[in-house]
Design a protein around this ligand. Structure first.
Ligand SMILES: Cc1cc2nc3c(=O)[nH]c(=O)nc-3n(C[C@H](O)[C@H](O)[C@H](O)COP(=O)(O)OP(=O)(O)OC[C@H]3O[C@@H](n4cnc5c(N)ncnc54)[C@H](O)[C@@H]3O)c2cc1C
Ligand code: FES
Ligand code: FES
Length: 1281
């Protein structure tokens, strides 16, 4: 009898534990029963829904609560109120055994084609809030929970999506869609809907139904447990029962399961022997007020705590400070995490990991809260939070948290400075509580900081210093800042920001707090706004475009064809494919050694012993070439790239081999058990361009393009030198790289998440050494790509194909987010040094640029340096420019194309140089651009002139100037950029159109890949338009290599147009064939005509290949102009994008809502690149920002507060397909305007700080909060009242 069995069979306690074999809950209105023998206790709700219930509408990506793709809604019983509440939860974090009695709602169940769609689904479709659709189910379900919970405002909507990431849309349409359902929905939202045929409305939710039309859930209130042999799950209902379980198994490891969300921050490495589910222990959830103190059950959820705080703050002035606590909790994690995550779970995590920058710990310790801790012996002790950290918590629980009441003499505030607006942990957090007497003397002080170092909590010396001092005196301020300066000693642990920033920020927060409580008559008017936090209004957006009704459905603003399927979980991705009989899973074994190390041994003994492990393959097992970028696939590829490391490690985390096992989890666990030994290599690795420039190691930096000036001006009044350094950008496609391979009688069927079917096919055949026609590739859609799946998926598809081929078994390979980020290359880093001489008007006399683009260790196939130089010199007079352009070969993962590769750096660099000139010469930045533009730029300047008027730039500039004069610590900035994006014409793509004799409906297949850009919708619109039939008669089928072989990868913004062209040609051919029949008939319907054609043996399918050598296919420029206004809080480095006006020359858009989506999404991806997205490696080249906890693309509240997009009217592209232009990439290039606008604001602070300081500062990575704060020249000596 094992220990646990013995313990549970003893009557060691008063609790009678009933053993249950089955767990019951509902998924929508269907009862589900789970047998304990089928599912281990660590099974998540997500795994259950997807794998066991085949409800694959719910997705997953990060598995740590950070992306929102897994969000579902659940109706649960609140044990305190005994009422049902509906909440959004992260199904990836919820253990299935927590779900007893729950009613779970998924995107499939709330509305579908059969029963009708829920209003939330309808709105997301109508507002075109889906692109790749991978985030859509999570978005819908998060909103569903809010919708079904009752009345909500636009502000509530906007605040609720911090945990739902979307890389495609830029969020604006999602927010518009959901805000249109709010009680206070603005009239523009109520009136605006993209054209769509009638969507069937769910009968249950017609009108404003708030009822749950579900059968009652199962209720249980007696302690019970599930036995899994090695472990147990015990559900308890009282504190005593918790201890009874502990008593009955004193040696067992245990976990008190609250929301189980802490594992999203610190992954559990070992599962406990006993899970004690405490979610129904009423004592731990209730609150009471006694002796003027508020006592909270320790396991109150963060959401409930927040709501309670807001309520009490209103009701009782002694608790008015709780409003600030509520606001602080609002900045923790995101709504679904807060719905299940608890106060005690958070504090206990701090107990376990003292480096955890816990916000709950911070705010509770600041107000002097205490914890009541009960032990197994029923003894209660009260601890303050500091003492708790070193208190032995074995067999003890936090029972309650007591918060004091505070009268008006107490001044409380707390701050959380994050890299983005929501869903990020603190760079620094701070809490301040001062008690002041009537003469403003400090009677007591509590100053608490997080993220300084693991042991730092109170700034004790500063607390002591302040006590007894008169607060609102500059001398006191300087004294406390100096004391803080001495006692704050931040550690330096990458990827956290540097110590100096954190120290200075901490001091600035103290100043901000003091300003916030200083009476107005005591502080200077200019300092006043420094005491306030940035307030973000509810965002809005306008989209201005014209359509031509006579061409409908062409130019018609319609939502994506697949949108309803995406919103109702019907749209299938590769990860959703059902398991085949004998299904196996793969996981890469990665080199955990610095680049240039040499593999000496691979020991798989332990891994292969793990039950379920089937095989391990490495370089020796590849039947063909160890190269996933074979030249055979494309002339573009000249550098072989290894599938599995051949000996010398090319980069940290290179793939060494593949473990194949019966489940993904086993494969991943086994991959960690493969022991790879290394010896030091001969070469020294280099990880940054600047390091390589400094040391110039042989072969690392190579001149790629040299442009010599033809002339040089002599009127040099200013010489300006600058640097422009930008780093990697992770694509952040929500569907990580994956591939499913099924061997069969005709070779292998491959389902890769690729932008290039041809590469997947050819590289797999090459690696297996089998004929290309033995590889059949199919792609229906992919869950976002942005360039990441042009070439990089080939690594995954080759590895999966090798395993499937060797084993003759189906193999799925889906990278975890961490592996995906570790292995897969990103946007090329770029560095440039420039020196420019200009005359008085800012006209360039000479410009010398050295520019370097990092291609990574095996790079070269996707070098962007030539394009970069081409675009750099595209619009500005460049006869007097010298350019030396190099590619730099670092020892990082191989750089890969990322939306607007090369172009974004080129346009960024050119615009930065123009802005730098303007700053130095003190001339109007727009004028500087005009001064340096090439001749004949009327098309471009037309848009610039339009922008100046439309955005009212001159007036706003003046207002900003006034504002900046009047405010020392909050600054505003404005910047404008222009863009010409040269659209290259390349490649070839097929389209195939078939008309069915049965009813005249039409199917289209094309060689592009639907990845969110709306290629299928445009294809259908063009086809319907060309054939003159309704849109709903056209269906677009998955792409495959039989019908559309040898196609170029989908990318470069071009494919939609290319496919449209090919479809037009197919339709021309078909119409030509149909014409003679039609002429013989009298007013036939389309169906009659087609049927007659069939009878007369008319060929009703046509194929056409678009290619770059066609005479009427020509390159063209895409112009644009953008103005951005920012507001920067100088004392924190936080900023807000107040307004963006963006003009994009889209020609005659074939599908304006789709194109608006491309423009907004691309701009926000650029916004992230230039602000919050930071890739950080350690000195060994190991990636440290490889999860949602550390890598921060923009969220909903990072987008412009006011986002206006306009497509110029009457603007056909004379040489474009159907007069349109591409939209996928160009707008990203205009996002450079964001760091320029931030610089414009910061420049004012720099001048205020030091009148001699250069107003400009170099581009050195993203204009992050840290970068912005440090460049604002904050100096506490200037912090006065
Ligand atoms: C995406 C994400 C972002 C986040 N961002 C932030 C952030 O910005 N700031 C921040 O402060 N936090 C953040 N968190 C942490 C979050 O607040 C915690 O995960 C949550 O509060 C933990 O509560 P839980 O109930 O889920 O704990 P669980 O995961 O259920 O438990 C965690 C630990 O606490 C123990 N425990 C639970 N209850 C008790 C008790 N009563 N007595 C003793 N031990 C107990 C458990 O045994 C376990 O060891 C984030 C979390 C996620 C997933
Ligand atoms: S998969 Fe659950 S939040 Fe990302
Ligand atoms: S539509 Fe949101 S991630 Fe693609």
């Amino acid at each position: 009898m094992d220990t646990l069995t013995w313990l549970f069979s003893q009557k060691a306690s008063s609790t009678t534990l009933q053993q249950l074999q089955e767990l019951k809950f509902y998924v929508h209105d269907q009862e589900h029963t789970v047998n304990t023998s089928d599912l281990p206790p660590e099974t998540s709700l997500n795994t259950y829904l997807r794998k066991y219930s085949h409800l694959t509408g719910t997705k997953y990506m990060c598995l740590e609560g950070g992306c929102g793709s897994c969000v579902v809604a659940a109706t649960v019983m609140d044990p305190v109120t005994n009422r049902e509440v509906i909440i959004a939860v992260n199904s990836c974090l919820v253990p299935i055994y927590s779900c007893s009695g729950w009613k779970i709602h998924t995107s499939e169940s709330i509305g579908n084609e059969k029963s009708g769609y829920h209003p939330v689904q309808q709105k997301l479709v109508q507002f075109n809030g889906t692109q790749c659709g991978f985030c859509s189910s999570g978005m819908v379900m998060n909103m569903y929970a809010l919708y079904e919970s009752g009345n909500f405002t636009m502000k509530d909507v906007e605040n609720s999506f911090g945990g739902n990431m979307c890389r495609c849309t830029g969020y604006r349409p999602i927010l518009s869609a959901f805000k249109s359902l709010a009680a206070d929905a603005s009239s523009d939202l109520l009136g605006k809907c993209a054209d769509i045929e009638d969507i069937r409305v769910c009968k249950k939710t017609q009108g404003q139904c708030k009822q749950n039309c579900l059968t009652p859930c199962i209720k249980r209130s007696q302690a019970h447990y599930y036995d899994f042999g090695k472990s147990r799950w015990v559900k308890v209902f009282s504190v005593n029962e918790i201890f009874d379980v502990m008593k009955s198994s004193p040696d067992a490891s245990y976990m008190l399961v609250g929301g189980n969300t802490a594992t999203g921050v610190y992954k559990r490495t070992k599962e406990p022997d006993v899970y004690i589910d405490i979610t129904s222990v009423k004592t731990l959830l209730e609150h009471s007020i006694s002796n003027d103190s508020l006592v909270l059950g320790a396991n109150m959820s963060l959401t409930n705590a927040m709501n309670l705080f807001y309520k009490l703050a209103k009701e009782d002035s002694k608790f008015s400070y709780l409003e600030n606590l509520g606001d602080h909790i609002d900045l923790i994690a995101n709504v679904p995490v807060r719905n299940t995550g608890t106060l005690a779970g958070n504090i206990f995590t701090k107990h376990e990991y003292q480096q955890f920058p816990s916000d709950i710990f911070l705010i509770l310790e600041t107000v002097g809260a205490t914890l009541t801790i009960v032990g197994i012996d029923q003894q209660e002790v009260t601890k303050n939070l500091v003492d708790f950290l070193s208190f032995d918590m074995k067999h003890k629980i936090i029972k309650s948290i007591t918060l004091p009441s505070l009268d008006a003499s107490y001044k409380y505030e707390s701050y959380k400075i994050m890299p983005r607006a929501q869903n990020a942990h603190a760079l620094v957090n701070a809490g301040f509580l001062l008690k002041l007497d009537d003469s403003n003397k400090v009677e007591s002080a509590r100053i608490v900081y997080g993220s300084i170092n693991p042991s730092f909590i109170h700034a004790q010396n500063s607390e002591a210093y302040l006590t007894g001092k008169n607060l609102f005196e500059n001398e006191t301020l300087q004294g406390v800042f100096e004391t803080l300066d001495k006692e704050l000693v931040p550690d330096f642990v990458l990827p956290d920001p540097p110590p100096e920033f954190r120290k200075q920020l901490a001091i600035a927060l103290m100043y901000k707090f003091i300003l916030s409580i200083t009476p107005d008559d005591k502080k200077s008017a200019r300092n006043k706004s420094g005491g306030a936090k940035l307030v973000r209004p509810v965002s809005s957006g306008t989209q201005d475009y014209e359509t031509n009704e006579s061409l409908y459905p062409l130019t018609q603003p319609i939502p994506k064809l697949e949108a309803l399927a995406q919103c109702s979980g019907q749209a299938k991705y590769i990860m959703d494919m059902h398991d085949e009989p004998g299904q196996l899973y793969g996981a890469f074994v990665l080199a955990k050694a610095t680049a240039c190390s040499v593999i000496s041994k691979i020991d798989t003994t332990e891994a292969l012993k793990l039950p379920g492990v089937v095989a391990f393959y490495d370089k020796n097992d590849i039947p063909g070439e160890n190269n996933f970028m074979p030249k055979k696939a494309s002339d573009l590829f000249s550098v072989p790239e290894e599938i599995f490391c051949s000996g010398v490690v090319k980069y940290y985390f290179q793939s060494v081999g593949l473990i194949v096992a019966t489940s993904q989890e086993i494969a991943e666990n086994a991959a960690e058990l493969v022991n790879v030994s290394y010896v030091e290599g001969k070469e020294t690795p280099y990880f940054t361009i600047r390091e390589m420039i400094a040391k110039n190691p042989e072969g690392k930096i190579n001149l790629a393009v040299k442009v010599e000036a033809k002339s040089k001006g002599s009127d040099v009044k200013h010489v300006i030198k600058g640097k422009f350094d930008v780093s990697w950008q992770y694509h952040y496609q929500m569907e990580t790289q994956c591939c499913a391979v099924i061997p069969g009688e005709d070779g292998l069927d491959i389902y890769p998440s690729t932008q290039s079917l041809n590469l997947a096919q050819t590289s797999a055949a090459n690696a297996l050494n089998i004929p290309v026609n033995k590889i059949n590739v199919f792609v229906r859609r992919i869950g976002g790509a942005y360039g990441s799946k042009i070439s990089r998926n080939s690594l995954v598809s080759c590895a999966a194909a090798i395993a499937a081929y060797k084993l003759q078994k189906p193999v799925k390979l889906q990278m975890s987010l961490i592996t995906n980020m570790n292995v897969i290359g990103k946007r090329n880093p770029c560095a440039a040094d420039y020196e420019v001489g200009v005359d008085e008007k800012g006209s360039i006399q000479y410009l010398n640029i050295s520019v370097y683009s990092d291609i990574g260790s095996e790079g070269g196939n996707e070098a962007v340096i030539s394009e970069l130089v081409y675009v750099l010199t595209f619009i500005y007079k460049s006869d007097n420019w010298n350019i030396n352009a190099y590619y730099a070969k670092s020892d990082n993962h191989t750089a890969t194309w990322c939306r607007a590769p090369g172009t974004v750096e080129a346009i960024g660099l050119a615009e930065v140089i123009m802005q730098h000139i303007a700053f130095t010469t003190n001339l109007d930045p727009i004028q500087i651009r005009r001064e340096n533009l090439k001749e004949n730029q009327a098309d471009l300047t037309k848009h610039l002139d339009d922008l100046i008027q439309w955005a009212d730039i001159e007036k706003r500039k003046q207002e900003i100037e006034e504002f900046n004069k009047a405010n020392r610590w909050v600054k505003r900035g404005i910047a404008s950029v222009i863009m010409t994006f040269p659209m290259y014409i390349f490649g070839n793509w097929y389209a195939h159109v078939s008309i069915y004799q049965g009813d005249g409906t039409v199917s289209v297949s094309h060689g592009g890949v639907e990845m969110g850009q709306g290629i299928n919708t445009k294809a259908a619109q063009v086809c319907a338009y060309a054939l003159g039939i309704p849109l709903n008669q056209v269906s677009v089928k998955p792409s495959n290599v039989l019908v559309t072989p040898n196609c170029m990868s989908t990318g470069g913004s071009l494919t939609s147009e290319a496919v449209a062209y090919a479809i037009l040609k197919c339709c021309d051919t078909l119409k030509e064939r149909i014409k003679p029949v039609k002429e013989k008939m009298k007013d036939p319907t389309w169906a009659e005509l087609i049927y007659q054609c069939h009878l007369e043996y008319v060929d009703l399918c046509a194929s056409y290949m678009y290619h770059a050598a066609l005479p009427d296919v020509k390159s063209y420029p895409v112009h644009g102009a953008t103005c951005v206004e920012t507001e920067v809080d100088i004392l924190t480095g936080l900023y807000q994008i107040k307004r963006v006006d963006l003009i994009e020359d889209a020609g005659n858009s074939m599908s304006p809502e789709i194109d608006i989506g491309q423009v907004e999404g691309a701009f926000i991806m650029g916004l992230g690149y230039w602000t919050s997205e930071q890739i950080i490696f350690n000195s060994e080249g190991e990636l440290l920002t490889n999860r949602t906890w550390t890598y921060k693309p923009p969220g909903v509240k990072d987008i412009p507060v006011d986002f206006r997009v306009k497509f110029p009217k009457n603007n056909p592209n004379p040489i474009g397909v159907l007069h349109s232009k591409a939209t996928g990439e160009p707008p990203l290039c205009m996002a450079i305007c964001v760091p320029l606008a931030i610089r414009d604001a910061v420049a004012s602070a720099r001048s205020d700080a030091d009148s001699t300081a250069d107003r400009w500062y170099n581009i050195d990575g993203p204009s992050s909060v840290e970068n912005t704060f440090m460049n604002s020249l904050n100096n506490y000596k200037q912090y006065t009242i």
